[in-house]
Design a protein around this ligand. Structure first.
Ligand SMILES: *Cc1c(COP(=O)(O)O)cnc(C)c1O
Length: 365
């Protein structure tokens, strides 16, 4: 095994599932999104843990992600969040995925997929990504119901600013939810059963109880990170991923000597420099060069010099008890978190965990 690994704390993941289920209430189902290899954590083990902890549904973004779950023997209902291609419809049916359908053309193609398929109608209430306009939802629902090979299993929407506590954004979310309820009501008014109603991502789980309906779909919350505005008290989520790497080399460097590409860091005094076997190809963003700290035995050490493709350096100080092969926590619970890293470089925790490369072994504990 490599000297760098991503420890996946499934106990923390199960804790977060429990918190989400408590918050959503006993009558509300929980869909665990495991798209993008479970936000970088590893789709199959995370999906299994989610189901054991009481998730009712899973979700993927691509057909091949769905195939991976089925090949592992996972039988739970799996949503396909992203628009499928016409050539993928038979595989979707064979894998028994539940596509979200936002227009008649997609519904027509799915109706010819060769076996009866459950679909959920996606309404675009203001995300602007995919879905039927609210005023067209009833017509699309009627078309789906008219197709013998399709079953209308639910109606969904997606919220674009549910993670923000800015008054204008709260009002926008309220508007999205009211358009969504209008669409659902119009389907009911047409005499059709809309099935499962769902809208809530992590932001809505935290801040919009009126978005829970029959099923919530929080992603990042389950991986231990808050949506933008933070997590309300009592809803503590624990980070699930911990990136660790052994110090593989230690050397003494004299005052005035330079470290790494571009000579962006010069030793201000005689000091010990450690090398970690993790770089931007592993997913440690190069933009964090000279702006990150790792933890060794509970103490923080600054990363110094440019982060290389496969390695980076840390300053252990003029005197150190750190030894070769000691383990450094690059990020994770109890150390610098993916959210801290993201904030420094203007992105979100999602991107940090998703980008941890597949060449980094995942270890599940
Ligand atoms: C990714 C995704 C989610 C989960 O979003 P988070 O912000 O991670 O909670 C929910 N619903 C849909 C449709 C998604 O694409």
């Amino acid at each position: 095994m490599r000297a760098v690994k991503a420890i996946i704390h499934l106990d923390n993941f199960r804790h977060n599932i429990e918190k989400a289920r408590e918050k959503a209430g006993a009558r509300t189902g929980l869909c665990a999104p495991v798209k993008a290899d479970a936000y970088g954590h590893g789709a199959v083990p995370v999906a299994r843990a989610a189901l054991e902890a009481g998730a009712s549904h899973l979700a993927v973004a691509t057909v091949s992600e769905g195939a991976e779950l089925r090949q592992a023997g996972i039988k739970a209902p799996v949503f396909l969040f992203s628009q499928a291609l016409p050539g993928e419809m038979e595989e979707i049916a064979a894998l028994d995925l539940i596509p979200l359908v936002g227009d008649r053309e997609a519904a027509e193609v799915l109706a010819k997929a060769g076996r009866r398929l459950e679909v959920h109608l996606k309404v675009d209430t203001g995300m602007g990504r995919m879905g039927a306009r609210p005023e067209n939802a009833a017509e699309l629902a009627a078309f789906i119901v008219s197709q013998k090979s399709l079953k209308l299993g639910g109606v969904a929407t997606h919220l674009s600013v549910s993670d923000s506590l800015e008054p204008a954004d709260i009002a926008y979310t309220k508007g999205q939810l009211s358009r969504f309820r209008g669409a659902v009501d119009s389907i009911k008014a047409a005499g059709l059963d809309p099935g499962l109603i769902h809208a809530a991502n992590s932001g809505a789980l935290c801040f919009h109880e009126d978005a829970y309906f029959d099923l919530v779909r929080p992603g990042i919350f389950l991986y231990g990170y808050s949506p933008a505005a933070g997590i309300p008290e009592g809803l503590d989520a624990e980070p699930v991923m911990e990136l660790r790497g052994a110090v593989v080399f230690i050397k003494k460097v004299f005052k005035g000597e330079d470290i790494s590409y571009g000579r962006t860091w010069t030793a201000p005094e005689d000091t010990y420099i450690g090398t970690l076997p993790v770089g931007y190809a592993d997913g440690l963003p190069r933009l964090l060069s000279n702006r990150h700290s790792v933890y060794i035995k509970g103490r923080a050490y600054p990363q110094v010099g440019r982060i290389c493709m496969d390695q980076c350096m840390i300053n252990l100080g003029p005197e150190t008890d750190v030894k070769r092969w000691d383990e450094a926590i690059i990020f994770g619970p109890g150390a610098v978190t993916a959210a801290d890293m993201a904030a420094k470089i203007g992105t979100i925790s999602y991107e940090i965990t998703c980008n941890i490369n597949k060449r980094v072994p995942r270890v599940y504990i």
